[in-house]
Design a protein around this ligand. Structure first.
Ligand code: UD1
Ligand code: UDP
Length: 375
């Protein structure tokens, strides 16, 4: 039997976290699939952290990251760098994830080589090209090129059906981030930040992350100013912020938050440690996409620092609140959750809408059928 060759392409931290379980699942099916792991390294350090947690060694590494790279840099370098690899390896399918510029460019390069594309975490939409930017554009473009759509929920399936995509090629699998959480749960991690949190059990720990392009500048500093004010009002709270390595985030975070003994700015954490930090936190403040999915799985309230979300499931489940970035709204929304126990408890009771941790297995089962392989 001819093995099918599948190229799995990714470049940033969240893609790596969500593609890692798929790669581990492929390893169990080596008799029918040959896999090529191709990283662009749109992120360098933050990607390598994930590869190390999941023990994944890439077959190819384009190593494209530059400080303050532009979207055109990423698009052009991935497109051109990947062309030769596709030509040499001729995979039967390319799998890309989500909405990053790596994913879009890797999909475009596959399309130019007439290689079918499987899109993992397809179908998410805000239908607003500015929110989030450029992710909304990227994912719509990828879905226009893809052959197979692995969608996390019925809502994302409906989005694609409404866009006239072929229903028989849309497979609802849940989100592979749940598979990743099942994996990281098994790890016995130690880290100074976990010791710090344990050393002050009476404090409420609030986890903060921010990195989105549409929040650069004033929206970000507005949120950070609210955070400083909150530490003045509540003496029993402390913030932990693993700061994204983007210099535009680093500078503002250090400037506004750097000089406060109850705001702990730390380096990005390995994902197994990070999941423990979420578990130990009282609530989460973030503009991240992936953390909106992890929260309902880990029963933590999340205040989303955005105006729109492509993850309505968490809003419906009650674990997310969209609060935007206005300083007063951030201050009052956090204050409410710190003082209104009923509201806080309501938000922790959400039901995880993102599946049972078998998304990766379902993706590979579908590929087996797609290629008509006898398993
Ligand atoms: C990218 C994705 C975004 C995703 C985010 C996850 C695009 C357009 N954006 O945004 O969708 O939510 O990753 O974090 O694809 N840097 C480092 N080391 C690292 C990573 C980043 O130094 O390991 C710095 C570099 O200076 C880089 C900058 O961060 O230029 C921005 O990285 P980039 O990938 O362009 O954008 P993100 O905001 O990370
Ligand atoms: N994460 C991590 N270490 C950190 C911060 C976040 O491993 O210090 C993980 C988090 O658990 C989630 C993912 O990174 O799975 C989210 O990445 P990010 O917010 O950078 O991107 P987005 O999800 O917004 O695309």
């Amino acid at each position: 039997m001819k093995k099918r060759k599948i190229a799995i392409v990714f470049g940033t931290r969240p893609e790596a976290i969500k593609m890692a379980p798929v790669i581990l699942e492929f390893k169990k099916r080596q008799e029918i699939f040959e896999t090529l792991v191709l990283v662009t390294a749109q992120h360098r350090e933050m990607l390598d952290q994930v590869l190390s947690v999941f023990n994944i060694e890439p077959d190819y590494d384009l190593n494209i990251m530059k400080e303050n790279q532009s979207l055109s840099d990423i698009t052009a370098n991935v497109l051109k760098g990947i062309e030769d690899i596709y030509k040499k390896e001729r995979p039967d399918m390319v799998l890309v994830h989500g909405d990053t510029t790596t994913s879009f460019s890797a999909a475009l390069a596959a399309y130019y080589q007439r290689i079918p594309i499987g899109h993992v975490e397809a179908g998410l939409r805000t239908y607003d090209h500015d929110n989030p930017f450029p992710e909304e554009g990227n994912r719509q473009l990828i879905d226009n090129l893809a052959e197979l759509y692995f969608v996390p929920t019925e809502t994302s399936k409906l989005n694609l059906i409404n866009e006239n995509k072929n229903e028989s090629n849309i497979i609802v699998t849940g989100n592979t981030v749940i598979d990743a959480i099942h994996y990281t749960k098994q790890s016995q991690v130690k880290h100074s930040v976990l010791d710090l949190m344990d050393s002050k059990p009476k404090q409420k720990w609030l986890l903060l992350t921010m990195h989105r392009r549409e929040n650069y500048g004033k929206p970000m500093s507005d949120v950070f100013e609210a955070v400083v004010k909150l530490t003045k009002r509540f003496s029993d709270i402390e913030f932990i912020m693993p700061v994204h390595l983007n210099p535009l985030v680093q500078i503002v975070a250090k400037e506004v938050l750097g000089d406060n003994s109850r705001i702990h700015l730390i380096n990005p954490l390995e994902v197994d440690v990070f999941h423990q930090v979420i578990n130990k936190s009282h609530l989460v403040l973030t503009d991240s996409g992936g953390m909106q999915e992890e929260a309902p799985a880990l029963n933590k309230p999340v205040l989303v620092l955005r105006n729109k979300t492509e993850r309505p499931e968490g809003l419906e489940a009650g674990t997310l609140k969209l609060i935007g970035t206005d300083s007063r709204t951030v201050y009052s929304s956090v204050s409410q959750l710190l003082t209104d126990a009923k509201e806080y408890n309501r938000m922790t009771e959400a039901i995880n809408p993102y599946g049972d941790g078998t998304a990766s297995e379902q993706i590979i089962n579908k590929l087996t059928k797609y290629f008509e392989i006898e398993d």
